[in-house]
Design a protein around this ligand. Structure first.
Ligand code: ADP
Length: 425
């Protein structure tokens, strides 16, 4: 298999977002959790997104992990690698966007690297090198107070120049609007001045398409899901990839018992649980008992197992904001959260051992704990159940064939659990 596109994402949720964007654009896409083992058996796909957690770690580590991911992707034939960053350019003067870009550029033999976090459908646009979040420049957006990566400068040419060893240039919107040839001419000009990377403006999807056409001819690009969209559309429009409707293979039936787990306490999830009460058996866990020890996990599994043959079940730790605050006051926020996440992972493991083949998880952190515990190396991305929440088919999982849906916080409509079950056969 030869990959048309390889991607290295600096966090898991960003990776999922990108994988979903590529799938919607017609690319058969697998998202892996970390750098996969060499012998991971992949289905026939166009793109692989390797998910790292390298956004806020020490720069040297981010470089070595990204290089390992790149080696794996190039080894699978990826001639273009997209380094996927956050659409708000989350980074500090110490990195990690600049150092990772520099390393990939050195080893990838790239001339001028195109860089843009623009993703217009989520309100991220870049003009004259300045990143806007909705109507305001980055440094006036809530990102100015981000706990790990406070962003005080909206001018990305300056931001990236502080992190990178190479000089940074700009390809402005007027040039992008004139089309791919104008962009290529501008890049040749920048390259002649010894510039190694350029922030490129994008305000509309059509700008991303132009950028994608140019970037697809390079070995490396840096951007958010918008850059992924541009690349995917370019690969399809130039015939390098034959567009496929969200993989029928990803959604092919696995049969077997189904279960839902809810660890999110968001408004949307509480509503979705209430909705499920009318359709399937629901067990509400006792969060105090979870924190006290393991018997709540055993109680949940003893409750679920005899019911699985009759249809899906839902197990929820979720409670209302008042109850959550009270529990956190008694046990501490992190301790309570961690104990409940691990209990949900224990329950997921027990359910899969009991034969569950279709698993729906509500909660971002909860999903992370469950996927880690089930040691699932990757997912083939399928159709969307709700905006941003696709059906996922486990790839290389110890438990064999499995379908999952991982929903963070406020995603999905009131009937999310039944919507998901309807698409996961
Ligand atoms: P979301 O995507 O809605 O943010 P997460 O799973 O990321 O959901 O986060 C929810 C957090 O709340 C997790 O750490 C989870 O363990 C914790 N949690 C779940 N149920 C409760 C509860 N009843 N009280 C307090 N914390 C809870």
């Amino acid at each position: 298999m030869t990959l048309a596109l390889g991607c290295i994402a600096d966090d898991y949720t960003g990776a999922s977002d990108l994988a979903n964007t590529l799938t919607r654009a017609g690319l058969r896409t697998v998202q892996t959790i970390g750098v996969p083992a060499d012998d991971l058996a992949l289905p026939e796909v166009d793109a692989v997104v390797v998910s790292l957690k390298s956004r806020s770690i020490e720069a040297g580590l981010a470089v070595s992990r990204s290089r390992a991911a790149e080696t794996w992707l190039r080894g699978r034939g990826a001639s273009h690698v997209l380094f996927k960053i956050c659409s708000t350019f989350d980074s500090t003067d110490a990195g990690n966007i600049g150092p990772v870009m520099d390393a990939l550029r050195t080893y990838g033999g790239e001339g001028v690297v195109l860089v843009t976090p623009a993703f217009p459908e989520t309100g991220r646009t870049v003009y004259q090198g300045n990143l806007f979040v909705g109507a305001v420049p980055l440094n006036e957006s809530p990102l100015k107070d981000h706990p790990l990566n406070p962003m005080h400068d909206s001018n990305l040419v300056r931001v990236l120049a502080r992190q990178s060893k190479t000089q940074i240039g700009l390809v402005d919107l007027a040039t992008v609007t004139r089309g791919a040839e104008a962009v290529r001419a501008r890049l040749a000009e920048l390259s002649g001045k010894g510039i190694g990377a350029a922030i490129i403006d994008a305000v509309f999807d059509r700008d991303l398409e132009t950028i994608g056409l140019v970037a697809a001819g390079h070995r490396l690009s840096v951007g958010a899901s918008g850059m992924g969209l541009g690349l995917a559309r370019a690969l399809v429009s130039t015939g390098k990839v034959k567009s496929t409707a969200a993989s029928s293979e990803a959604g092919a039936a696995v049969g077997g018992p189904a279960a839902c787990l809810a660890g999110s306490c968001s408004q949307a999830t509480l509503q979705q649980i209430a909705n499920a009460e009318g359709v399937m058996p629901v067990l509400h866990l006792d969060p105090d008992r979870i924190i006290a020890g393991k018997d709540e996990v055993q109680r949940a599994l003893a409750w679920a197992k005899p019911r699985l043959a009759d249809g899906p079940v839902l197990i929820a730790s979720s409670s209302t904001p008042d109850q959550v605050a009270a529990l956190q006051a008694r046990h501490g926020r992190d301790a309570a959260g961690h104990a409940i996440e691990q209990a949900m992972a224990d329950i997921a493991e027990g359910l899969v051992r009991a034969g569950v083949k279709r698993l729906i998880v509500a909660g971002g952190e909860t999903s992370g704990a469950v996927v880690d515990r089930l040691r699932i190396p990757g997912f083939l991305v399928g159709v969307e159940i709700a905006a941003g929440v696709p059906v996922l088919r486990a790839v290389g999982a110890e438990a064999g064939e499995m379908l999952l849906a991982l929903k963070s916080g406020n995603f999905g409509g009131a009937a999310f659990f039944t919507d998901a079950l309807g698409l996961m056969r």
